[in-house]
Design a protein around this ligand. Sequence first.
Ligand SMILES: Nc1ncnc2c1ncn2[C@@H]1O[C@H](COP(=O)(O)OP(=O)(O)OP(=O)(O)O)[C@@H](O)[C@H]1O
Ligand SMILES: Nc1ncnc2c1ncn2[C@@H]1O[C@H](COP(=O)(O)OP(=O)(O)OP(=O)(O)O)[C@@H](O)[C@H]1O
Ligand SMILES: [Mg+2]
Ligand SMILES: [Mg+2]
Lengths: 248, 248
Amino acid sequence: MPRTLCIANQKGGVGKTTTAVNLAAGFARAGLRTLVIDLDPQCNATGALGGKPCARHPLLSTESLSTHVLETDIRDLFLLPGCRSFQDVNLLEHGEVAQSEILQRNIETGTSSFDSVLIDCPPSLGKLTRAALASSSEVLMPIQCEYFAMEGAAQMIQAIKQCIDQTEGRLKIGGVLLTMYDISLELTHEVDNEVREFFGDFVFDTVIPRDVAIAEAPSFGQSVLDYAPRSRGSRAYIELCMEVLDRD
Amino acid sequence: MPRTLCIANQKGGVGKTTTAVNLAAGFARAGLRTLVIDLDPQCNATGALGGKPCARHPLLSTESLSTHVLETDIRDLFLLPGCRSFQDVNLLEHGEVAQSEILQRNIETGTSSFDSVLIDCPPSLGKLTRAALASSSEVLMPIQCEYFAMEGAAQMIQAIKQCIDQTEGRLKIGGVLLTMYDISLELTHEVDNEVREFFGDFVFDTVIPRDVAIAEAPSFGQSVLDYAPRSRGSRAYIELCMEVLDRD
Ligand SMILES: Nc1ncnc2c1ncn2[C@@H]1O[C@H](COP(=O)(O)OP(=O)(O)OP(=O)(O)O)[C@@H](O)[C@H]1O
Ligand SMILES: Nc1ncnc2c1ncn2[C@@H]1O[C@H](COP(=O)(O)OP(=O)(O)OP(=O)(O)O)[C@@H](O)[C@H]1O
Ligand SMILES: [Mg+2]
Ligand SMILES: [Mg+2]
């Protein structure tokens, strides 16, 4: 089983996709054979890595995962594209337990040839995210330094604890990442203090600064590491990559 | 039937809650008896208006809506709080059609004493958002001036068109709002051009600038109009309010 990180937070727009793509690019650069799985019907991770969404979600298909895995422009980085179709999402969200089990089984059996796997989740705590948590070895939670960030954190932790119980402790909290960090704003420091008080050592030392290079990179189908290698955003994701690899 | 605006976009973190709260405060200031309905299990609109989430979602209860409506610190502004409980959200998301119909019926029958109603939606195109669209007279779509914004726009329009067909044209597109607009970023101008090309006259003339006062206001349980009346953010939401009222 590869190291499988679930990038999740029910709050929208906190940097889940951005973190999945750029952290994966960092792992690939460190020589790890890495797969990004796009579980969000918005398919942002698929677009950011230059892929096209599938008509049917590969995780629901009976064919082996490897038939759907795409190469990206980055050596050692591969993509399992997402699917915009609501039937599939609805099928996963509303289907019987069996559907989530298919998803879990496909993730577990289809990823053994990789060293690391990152799953980009939609902004919800529905069955898709719960199935992703259940198939992962750790959860990484990006948090924006804004007021609403803390409101949903307790709920997110509750859902993670439920998953940890159900998987008999296989899932652990990989870490909490502060994103879009703006050192000049008092609000940022206030939320930073609150997050560190609530999460303690789970919070990564590395924070990701707000940097327009990070927001521009996906329009070129590149990670920020390739698009703007000397930017603060790129350096921060490389630093985060080192810290995550250290925590293994 | 009051004018009922559904504030929706499946993309996360684009300013749905911020727009629902501050636009509602603008309507109340213009003398309209206004209700904010919090349909998001994150309950951010509830927190931003100083309310507490309910144990059971008021829209699913058999009691009349008015028993759950709360006053806020703002004259003429009322709140129907949200509910964090997943049972209710799951019930709405997974339940039979009947559940969505209860929601729709409760919105339609319970809001007749108001002049305007704003519904804050979660970042998804699931049954909750679709039921909200079906109970509204118009949909207002906040869009962040970032690359991923356009990726999901076409899907959102498709879902809105489906709703317009199902409600025999009662729902119309109220407008598209550009949020977190940063005039100094080239990315902002690029996305602005793309959005106006795609949506044409639906795009409001008013854009909401990125302004930290907007992000600080909810931690004081206030709208930005009350928290920082001379800020760019407050002026922009007042301007938007005038433009929305003009479009009626
Ligand atoms: N550190 C950063 N600096 C500047 N912009 C950023 C940063 N991180 C993310 N962004 C931008 O902010 C927006 C939100 O980020 P992203 O889409 O990754 O969040 P998300 O949590 O995946 O959203 P969703 O909840 O919709 O899935 C994107 O437009 C992204 O480019
Ligand atoms: N114009 C603005 N300037 C600065 N910050 C803003 C602005 N609009 C919103 N924000 C902040 O950006 C974050 C995202 O906004 P908000 O929570 O309203 O988006 P949302 O679409 O409701 O998110 P979700 O998809 O999670 O429901 C919040 O922390 C909010 O305070
Ligand atoms: Mg995302
Ligand atoms: Mg919201």
